[in-house]
Design a protein around this ligand. Structure first.
Ligand SMILES: Nc1nc2c(ncn2[C@@H]2O[C@H](COP(=O)(O)OP(=O)(O)OP(=O)(O)O)[C@@H](O)[C@H]2O)c(=O)[nH]1
Ligand SMILES: [Mg+2]
Length: 462
């Protein structure tokens, strides 16, 4: 194991894609040197431990990738006991990936799950029980993102793209061939077959694009908001889900005044669960701000856990709340809470059979932790049932996503061109663009010259 400690590792220390700021952490003997080699500002190698420096990160061409804050920790006074640099950059996936790649190019390698903690332990910074606790946490929370990484490594994704590209190249070569015979007005490429192929490719790209959102969800967690009236038992429910006393619970309505966010892992899927201030006409400003924030969280979440008190809240109030909260992009679970006080409560009381809306109904007692497992299962199913098949290829990389999007648009233009009957050279151009963008993903081609060579082989008489 010990030879591992001679290299420098790098990883994103904050959850990706969620915050305004991302923190990339380098640890190892060369951490400061590597950071300094791309950092423009003070010379980081000459700075005291535990100091923060403003500067820019530039690539080899001198292009500024981001303005950052670099915090220097000199061994052994750091979490791992090694030299550590924490680079706080802007939280965009794109920037983070650019910076990560740059650090890797300069000699760092990506950290394995739990590796920072392992190093901390090996360097005597923490005892084994502490290290184990952290390692467990990391292992459980990164299970699905790990699965995604594995999947990508196994190459399911690039195999699929390669196959698609090849089919398209075959077709494009026929069209290019037509260009050589332009005088004669021949069509080697069957237009309707080309149309079929392009549409087929678009469908697969679409599925990959969708899977990106899923991949994102797996990696960053499904944003899940708990909302409802004051005293409904929202905070009690959060605590029951987490199995710890995280949020303050009291019989006073309006206890929770700001949102609380915690990560929960259910069978490998991450949920970012947000407890909110109860919704009502607020009696003071702080509470009003809380309610406003609740509404914002509901707007930006993928899952809504609407909680109500089966004793206190009337059916029409429940329906009115839901009408206010539910929006197009949110999946709703209706949690009937305090079932211990009114065990005969039924869904039909709240949503009559002829009701136009149908919500997934989850009766619980948050206080007694009754039926909490069913709630967890329902949360898990809500995510998985949609489209999620972990075995299928998942696009988890922002740049891949962009390239796929562009390829999709190129193919749209091909279809448009075919339907308006434009000349072969324009069709060929759009196909080339699509091939180029697909190639960006697999790294197969980067320039039109290369493409020209590929086509060159097919052209008669050249
Ligand atoms: N009997 C019973 N009481 C419950 C249950 N869940 C919560 N309570 C009680 O209801 C009261 C309010 O619970 P909280 O979890 O603070 O409610 P909240 O929705 O977070 O309330 P605010 O933060 O004020 O909006 C507390 O006294 C809880 O003990 C339950 O399942 N059964
Ligand atoms: Mg609360």
């Amino acid at each position: 194991m010990s030879h591992h400690l001679t290299d420098t590792i790098v990883a994103l220390a904050t959850p990706s894609g969620v915050g305004a700021i991302g923190v990339i952490r380098l640890s190892g003997p060369d951490a400061i040197r590597i950071a300094n080699s791309v950092f423009h500002g003070k010379n980081l190698e000459q700075q005291a431990s535990h100091t923060v420096h403003l500067g820019t990160i530039r690539n080899d061409e001198g292009r500024i990738l981001d303005e950052v804050l670099a915090t220097v920790f000199v061994a052994p006074r750091s979490y791992t006991g090694e030299n550590v640099v924490e680079v706080s950059c802007h939280g965009s996936d794109y920037i983070i990936q650019e910076l990560m790649q740059l650090f890797i190019q300069k000699g760092a390698r990506t950290a394995n799950p739990g590796e920072y903690t392992l190093r901390a332990f090996l360097n005597g910074q923490m005892d084994l029980s502490q290290a184990e606790a952290v390692a467990d946490l990391i292992a459980s929370s990164s299970k699905s993102s790990h699965a995604i990484a594995m999947q990508q490594m196994r190459g399911g994704f690039s195999d699929e793209i390669k196959k698609l590209r090849q089919e398209l190249i075959d077709f494009a070569s026929l069209i290019e061939l037509e260009l050589d015979f332009s005088e004669e007005d021949v069509e080697f490429a069957d237009r309707s077959k080309l149309e079929d192929l392009v549409q087929k490719i678009q469908r697969i790209i679409k599925a990959l694009l969708d899977s990106f959102q899923l991949g994102n969800v797996m990696k960053n967690g499904v944003s899940t908001v708990i909302a409802g009236r004051p005293n409904a038992g929202k905070s009690t429910l959060l605590n029951a889900l987490l199995n710890e006393e995280r949020a303050i619970v009291s019989e006073i309505a309006g206890t929770t005044r700001d949102t609380i966010e915690e990560v929960l892992n259910i069978k490998g899927v991450q949920f970012r669960i947000i407890d909110t201030a109860g919704i009502r006409d607020a009696t003071d400003t702080i509470e009003a701000i809380g309610v406003e924030k609740t509404m914002q969280k509901v707007q930006s979440s993928a899952l809504l856990v609407y909680v109500f008190d089966v004793v206190e809240t009337q059916p029409e109030e429940v329906r009115a709340d839901l009408e206010k909260l539910v929006h197009e992009n949110i999946h709703v679970l209706v949690v009937a809470n305090k079932m211990d006080l009114n065990p005969y409560t039924k869904k039909e009381h709240y949503f009559p059979e002829n009701s136009t809306v149908d919500y997934h109904w989850v009766p619980v007692s948050a206080l007694n932790k009754m039926n909490i497992d069913y709630l967890k299962e329902s949360l898990h199913d809500a995510v998985l049932s949609k489209k999620i098949n972990l075995e299928s290829t998942i696009v988890a990389n922002a740049r891949h996503y962009e390239a796929l999007q562009k390829a999709y648009q190129d193919l749209d233009r091909v279809l448009q061109g075919l339907s308006t009957g434009i000349t072969a050279d324009f069709v060929a151009m759009d196909i080339r663009a699509a091939l180029h963008h697909l190639g960006e993903i697999t790294g197969e081609i980067s320039t039109d010259d290369l493409l020209g060579n590929i086509f060159g082989r097919f052209c008669i008489g050249k």
